[in-house]
Design a binder for this molecule. Structure first.
Ligand SMILES: Cc1cc2nc3c(=O)[nH]c(=O)nc-3n(C[C@H](O)[C@H](O)[C@H](O)COP(=O)(O)O)c2cc1C
Ligand SMILES: [Mn+2]
Length: 455
């Protein structure tokens, strides 16, 4: 089931009993973040939250919408996040399955047009006391390559400075940054449009490092099974999601920048904040009753953990193409987007574990990983506990470690002949006859539950 817009997803969450409405008036400075943080820390990720009365703004705020396995799967129309890997494999085999976006007129995101932008009337959050100010924490930032005309949609945090100025922090290497560098080199003003609150597939796509030739809009359209509808901006020729709740249009003049201030991040610490490109807002368009979707980042578990999980299941398909011996990749929630991963491989030759590490380090979405442990495939879902066990018991220190700048790889696979002395290839397995006997006699032993698997 696809959602055309955020409202559709909210209605679905409501029907599932997953949405908690907070009717009491709340402050977008710290209070909403504090409530959201406490929900996120509940077992299972807490409820999706809709704050309907926000101090200083007529508009509601929604947080933690993707903050559980169930809601993340629901957002992307799958019964289980594991199904995403196969979906991605289909797309990689047939890129034509990604539908081109459709340009529409009379877009809902332009029901109301504010030519005199007033960013201060929107309920953007200040999450932590030391934050430099308010940020748009879940923005979809649309830019275009000035040379090729190719579009990009990326999630880069946006600092609100005043009624008509904002700062965008796109990291070096991101799509938005690449476009920005080209405009700056050419001395041209750069059009930017920021959408807040969109269909879940698009929000996820904005946060994914998709490789060429996949683009965010085609990808979201593929997940939804229908083209994404786009509308032309009023002050530039950029296209934005027609069903977004809110769109901020503006230009970055060459060289214009400002310090964004500190930002409390998922490291559990404040980012110092950088000098960021300054966006001068030309107009704001919106639905007549927009909902501002936001996320709160901080120490895990939080909503971004589940976005990272969806990304993991999808991007696994890319890694399998890169190294066909890869069976599975699992990232602990605590690794949030930092490429901390357990990689299970089907090992058939000496040196394979290290070769996989080198390949992943060289290219692909895990190349900026910090801690990657390669293990032999076997368990249904390689866990961090298993990686730890195998790293301690199967890896030889330092022979099986790969230490590079900001990176530790561990080859924790069982060693083959030719990979050093004392290879131990035989796995511990119970005698088959005894195993069958135990299963047969299980109830005789006085156990009420059926016997568990052997391991
Ligand atoms: C909640 C959230 C916040 C993020 N904030 C930033 C950010 O401030 N700057 C940034 O460069 N990337 C940030 N990212 C990661 C980017 O969205 C990600 O690298 C994505 O691939 C960018 O799109 P691109 O590949 O088209 O550049 C964030 C991701 C999430 C989920
Ligand atoms: Mn991109």
């Amino acid at each position: 089931m696809a959602y055309r817009d955020l409202a559709g997803f909210l209605a679905r969450l409501d029907a599932l009993g997953e949405l908690h409405r907070v009717e009491a008036e709340v402050d977008p400075e710290l209070e909403i973040a504090a409530v959201t943080d406490r929900q996120s820390k509940l077992p299972g990720g807490g409820a999706a939250l809709l704050f309907s009365r926000v101090k200083g703004s007529p508009f509601p705020v929604a947080t933690n919408l993707f903050g559980s396995y169930r809601r993340m799967a629901e957002a992307l129309g799958v019964a289980d996040l594991d199904q995403l890997t196969q979906r991605m494999e289909q797309l990689l085999l047939r890129p034509g399955l990604a539908p081109a976006p459709e340009l529409v007129t009379g877009a809902p995101c332009q029901q109301v047009v504010q030519r005199e932008p007033a960013l201060g009337s929107y309920p953007f959050l200040k999450s932590w006391p030391g934050d430099g100010g308010r940020f748009i924490t879940l923005p979809l930032v649309f830019t275009r390559d000035p040379e090729t005309g190719a579009g990009n949609c990326g999630m880069y945090r946006v600092r609100i400075f005043d009624e008509r100025e904002a700062g965008i922090r796109w990291k070096r290497g991101s799509g938005g940054f690449g476009h920005y560098e080209k405009y700056r080199a050419a001395g041209l003003a750069m059009p930017v449009a920021i959408a807040v609150g969109a269909a879940p597939s698009l929000t996820l796509a904005a946060s994914l490092p998709l490789p060429e030739p996949l683009d965010e809009l085609g990808f979201a359209g593929f997940l939804d099974g229908e083209p994404v509808r786009m509308a032309r901006c009023l002050t530039s020729d950029l296209l934005v999601p027609a069903h977004a709740e809110l769109v901020i249009e503006g230009y970055i003049e060459p060289g214009a920048s400002r310090a964004e201030g500190r930002f409390g991040n998922h490291t559990g610490r404040y980012d110092a904040g950088e000098e960021v490109p300054l966006l001068r807002v030309g107009c704001i368009t919106r639905k007549s009753a927009p909902v501002c979707q936001a996320t709160v980042v901080g120490p895990p578990p939080m909503e971004d953990c589940y976005l990272a999980k969806a990304a993991e299941r999808l991007l696994l398909a890319l890694s399998r193409r890169q190294c066909p011996e890869i069976v599975d990749i699992r990232q602990p929630l605590e690794g949030i987007f930092h490429g901390c991963a357990v990689v299970a491989i089907d090992k058939s030759a000496a040196g394979q574990g290290r070769r996989v590490l080198e390949s992943l380090r060289g290219s692909g979405w895990l190349r900026k990983g910090k801690l990657v442990v390669v293990v032999d495939a076997g368990s249904p879902e390689p866990s961090w506990g298993e990686a730890f066990w195998r790293a301690v018991n199967c890896a030889r220190f330092p022979a099986d470690l790969m230490l590079a700048e900001e990176f530790l790889g561990v080859d924790a696979t069982v060693k083959f002949p030719g990979e050093g002395e004392a290879p131990q290839l035989e796995q511990l397995r119970q005698d088959a006859g005894v195993s069958a006997l135990v299963e047969r006699r299980w109830r005789e032993y006085g156990f009420l539950e059926p016997a568990g698997p052997e391991r």
